[in-house]
Design a protein around this ligand. Structure first.
Ligand SMILES: Nc1ncnc2c1ncn2[C@@H]1O[C@H](COP(=O)(O)OP(=O)(O)OP(=O)(O)O)[C@@H](O)[C@H]1O
Ligand SMILES: [Mg+2]
Length: 415
């Protein structure tokens, strides 16, 4: 279904006021409406219950969602990409899967954020090399995203670090409704920017802080339910992979076991794959060895495996091949942080210089692909000269997924 996204305007009986109201509430395509529940859409002020029912039914009819399909005619379009550890790939049945929501939970330091960073790069690899050739939307609620880690992982997988960074769309999140908003925004990125992986690291951190006490539980679960449904819908609609990370409950008088992920049934049932990461059994302060356990999966045996955290992401062994790094000491983080913008990647810098002198059209600029070109044209930017004249702030506010600093970087190249 993901390759034939239909516009809202194609739905029978819809008018421009309906479209505006739906879009304002994050429903931007016919598929999104067709997969929505009448109860939820009826909450939108200005849309009557009857109208909502008709529009949703018409959308479903238009998309052939109101017929049963013989299974022999169903498309099998699941794709896999590597986690960076062949053992983890093995227990996952071939790697991280598209079309599904995967939850990874575990105690602090267990490697969740490391996996998120690794996947943010491996999804970019070509299909031949174990990736999907896609970009990633990274929803960061804990401020633990690290550019330098992405650079190191890119070097490990022999991807140009600058290109790798340009394909990671990052959003720092400050509240649970902001998180909700950006999950919906990620849908637009799937549509326009070839995003094939959406990461929420971590799913519960803000909800946990905002909805405190038993009295808030029902409300919190309702917000959570909406988020998980939106993620699940994105997974299916765009055949994208979704990774959510989650924490574990603190043990309170035997009520919860230390292994329980938080979020209750909503998360447990909403996620298709649940994987537990463990530090236990290893001396977690000195060892970077971790254990992964398949807790729940529709068609996988309950296996477990070991993997390692390295300075360049999740791997099978303590050491990974990293250009310019002989050992994987912790201080590598600082070394690369400092050298990232100077001469640490001489070859690439040279490449870029020679390229930048050859910039004639917009697509000669690194970071501007076909999708972005279309978005730029819509804003009246047809040539390199137009781009140089544009105000980065104003332009970035009009194009989703393009930041102020990206435009400034393009202008630098164009100059
Ligand atoms: N550059 C590095 N090289 C090797 N190991 C590292 C490096 N940076 C971090 N680590 C290790 O990774 C672990 C932290 O992993 P990560 O941040 O993925 O955990 P997490 O599960 O996301 O934890 P939290 O619940 O706190 O978010 C720590 O044990 C740390 O020692
Ligand atoms: Mg983390």
């Amino acid at each position: 279904m993901y390759n034939k996204i239909a516009e809202l305007s194609q739905i029978k009986g819809i008018n421009s006021r309906h479209i505006k109201l739906l879009q304002e509430n994050g429903i931007s395509t016919a598929e999104m409406l067709a997969m929505s529940s009448q109860i939820v859409v009826s909450e939108i002020k200005g849309l009557g219950e009857k109208t909502v029912k008709t529009l949703i039914w018409n959308a479903r009819n238009a998309l052939n969602m109101t017929e049963f399909t013989p299974v022999s005619e169903m498309d099998e379009n699941t794709e896999f990409f590597t986690t960076g550890s062949s053992e983890l790939d093995r227990i996952l049945g071939g790697g991280m899967q598209t079309g599904k929501v995967t939850e990874v939970y575990g105690p602090f330091k267990s490697g969740k954020t490391n996996l998120a960073h690794t996947l943010a790069v491996t999804v970019q690899l070509s299909k031949k090399k174990g990736g999907l050739g896609g970009s990633v939307a990274y929803i960061d609620t804990e401020n633990t995203f690290s550019r330098s880690k992405i650079i190191r992982i890119a070097k490990r997988f022999k991807i140009d670090p600058k290109e790798a960074l340009s394909k990671v769309f990052h959003a720092r999140i400050f509240s649970s409704d902001h998180q909700d908003q950006m999950i919906l925004k990620a849908e637009t990125l799937c549509k326009n920017r070839n995003v094939r992986l959406v990461i929420v690291d971590s799913l519960m951190a803000l909800l946990r802080a905002e909805y405190v006490g038993i009295g808030m539980l029902a409300k919190r679960q309702c917000v959570l339910n909406n988020m998980i449904h939106a993620l699940s819908r994105i997974a299916e609609m765009y055949n994208a992979a979704i990774l959510v990370t989650n924490q574990v409950a603190v043990q309170i008088k035997g009520l919860f076991s230390a292994d329980d992920a938080i979020g209750g049934n909503i998360v447990a049932h909403g996620c298709h794959f649940r994987i537990m990461f463990k530090t236990k059994g290893f001396s977690s302060n000195s060892s970077l060895k971790r254990r992964a356990i398949i807790v729940d999966a529709p068609d996988l045996p309950p296996e477990e495996c070991e993997f390692y955290i390295t300075s360049a992401g999740v791997a099978d062994s303590e050491e990974v091949d990293l250009p310019q790094a002989k050992s994987l000491e912790f201080d590598i983080e600082t070394v690369y942080e400092e050298s990232e913008d100077d001469d640490s990647f001489d070859e690439e810098d040279e490449d870029e210089e020679s390229e930048s002198s050859n910039i004639k059209k917009l697509t000669d600029i690194k970071g501007i692909g076909k999708g972005t070109l279309e978005s730029l044209k819509e804003q009246g930017i047809h040539s390199v000269e137009d781009l140089l004249d544009a105000d980065p702030k104003e332009l970035s506010s009009k194009i989703s997924g393009v930041s102020n600093s990206m435009i400034e970087e393009w202008q630098k190249q164009a100059e």
